[in-house]
Design a protein around this ligand. Structure first.
Ligand SMILES: [Zn+2]
Length: 114
């Protein structure tokens, strides 16, 4: 297990504006809020579990929920963080990972099927 920067890019980057509302893709519960990079508390990683048992990680999101809180699909669960201090030329995005039975899947396919 590691909580740090992803060593390989597995996930989908959804481009957003800094401060944009992030909506729950499914019903579930907030597992925890962590950090994207060890020792850097500016960029947050949100871990949630959907009611179907699958897991979702969202990186670069200010959470609106705390551990153990339930949410429903379509509810605002956070706000996109401003990444411009991290990478000056970066396009602001939310990195989305969906984990089904321990394996990462394409979030777009998962979300369309949901
Ligand atoms: Zn990414």
């Amino acid at each position: 297990m590691h909580d740090g920067a992803p060593d390989e890019h597995k996930g989908t980057d959804l481009s957003v504006k800094a401060g944009a509302f992030i909506y729950a893709p499914s019903d579930g519960v907030w597992v925890r809020t962590g950090i994207c990079y060890p020792g850097d508390f500016r960029y947050l990683k949100c871990v949630m579990k959907f009611n179907d048992g699958n897991r979702c990680n969202l990186l670069y999101v200010w959470p609106r929920l705390t551990k153990g809180k339930r949410f429903e699909r379509g509810e605002v669960i956070g706000m996109a963080q401003d990444l411009s201090a991290l990478y000056p030329c970066i396009i602001i995005h939310v990195h989305t990972e969906i984990v089904v039975r321990g394996r990462r899947v394409d979030p777009m396919e998962y979300l369309e099927a949901a």
